[in-house]
Design a protein around this ligand. Structure first.
Ligand code: PLP
Length: 371
């Protein structure tokens, strides 16, 4: 069986370094917000090309605390609208509702499956304050277009970069385009910790300070509380592990792109639609970090069963769109046809930096054999 994602194999490559890093933390006697967190924050800020990185407990908190900080700074108020793609992982939307802001679900571009700038413009109202593009599946959203809209209408941009570490648009990494960006280092993400972890990147020092403070009980000085904060801190062990893996991220992403390139070249099946190859992606595929390799198939469930029988494990990202979830009962009857079509036909093929040449060949063979 070709597994969808072999996390054990991914981390095995760094086993010695990870073990040393963890032991160093054990021996340091300092476990929360010490040297390892500071080191990783500096490294990741430099990697993304931004002034500040704030480690937090997970990717959802990275998004939630950024919106919360804008509320504390008077940029946002309850009820303000945040434009978010209708087809995203539910976390992007929960960060908005958690802050009593109003998510405005916008249909994606049916080619890129990412937030559509034309639909975004049409959704802007007097109450719109933030655009929250998601670099879904690892493909960079159309940031030049969103930056243009934000300038035109005076909006903030919060990137959800949880799936796209290292993707590059016009020479700049995701995470450096918006006013801020949220990253997740959940173990299965392209840069994965050995547990939960996340970070915000930004060039705004004031925002960075408020987020840091909010995630630390609203306190920047021990026992002095400026805000009613929460506990959301990146811990030393996870930070130390992330510092081990970050220097290898670009090579890992290149391996993902090699797998993708082979899928693009070798998969030939009229029933299976491959990800859209936009011209600006170029032959280097730089603007895609290929966290996932989603294909579309109108007979998706039978396709998935066929692959399973052929020894290829696949997953659906995602089986139920946010507006159809029980958590958002008030949206269940809404018609969001492009998003619903994607959710009904999308299937993620295995892709990872540790896939062997023969594994890719087996996936291609199984996909091409589907009738
Ligand atoms: C994983 C993910 C998140 C949340 O990250 P966690 O670390 O699991 O909280 C947010 N948005 C998207 C698009 C994700 O894929």
């Amino acid at each position: 069986m070709i597994s969808f994602l072999d996390l054990k194999k991914i981390n095995e490559a760094y086993a010695t370094e990870l073990t040393t890093a963890v032991l160093d933390v054990v021996n340091s006697g300092w476990y929360i917000r010490g040297g390892a967190v500071q080191k990783f924050e500096n490294e990741f800020a430099e990697y993304c090309g931004v002034g500040h990185c704030i480690g937090v407990a997970n990717g959802l908190d990275a998004l939630t605390l950024t919106l919360r900080a804008w509320k504390e700074l008077g940029v946002l108020a309850e009820g303000d609208e945040v434009i978010v793609p209708a087809n995203t992982y539910i976390a992007s939307i929960l960060a908005i509702t958690e802050n009593s802001l109003t998510p405005v679900l916008v249909e994606p571009d049916p080619n890129t499956l990412n937030l559509c700038p034309v639909n975004t413009r049409a959704a802007i109202t007097d109450k719109t304050k933030v655009i929250l593009p998601v670099h879904l599946y690892g493909r960079a959203a159309d940031m030049p277009a969103f930056v243009g809209l934000a300038e035109e209408f005076g909006l903030k941009i919060l990137e959800d970069a949880a799936q796209a570490h290292g993707a590059i648009i016009e020479g700049a990494k995701v995470g450096s385009w918006g006013d801020a960006a949220g990253f997740s280092f959940y173990p299965g993400k392209n840069l994965g910790a050995l547990g939960d972890a996340g970070a915000v990147t930004t060039n705004d020092p004031e925002l960075a300070n408020v987020i840091l403070c909010l995630g630390n009980y609203g306190s920047s000085q021990k026992y002095i509380n400026e805000y009613q904060g929460v506990n959301s801190r990146l811990d030393e062990i996870q930070a130390a592990c992330l510092s081990v893996k970050l220097p290898h991220l670009d090579a890992d992403t290149q391996r993902r792109r090699e797998v993708a390139r082979r899928y693009f070249q070798e998969i030939k099946n009229p029933h299976v639609l491959l990800p859209f190859l936009a011209e600006e992606m170029g032959s280097d595929l730089k603007h895609h970090a290929f966290h996932l390799f989603p294909v579309l198939c109108s007979d998706r469930d039978r396709f998935q069963a066929h692959l399973q029988e052929s020894g290829v494990q696949t997953l659906i990202h995602y089986p139920i769109p946010p507006h159809k979830q029980m958590a958002f009962k008030e949206w269940n009857q809404r018609s969001v046809p492009v998003t619903e079509h994607i959710h009904q036909s999308v299937l993620s093929l295995p892709i990872s930096p540790v896939m062997e040449h023969e594994d890719v060949a087996k996936v291609v063979e199984a996909v091409n054999a589907f009738r």
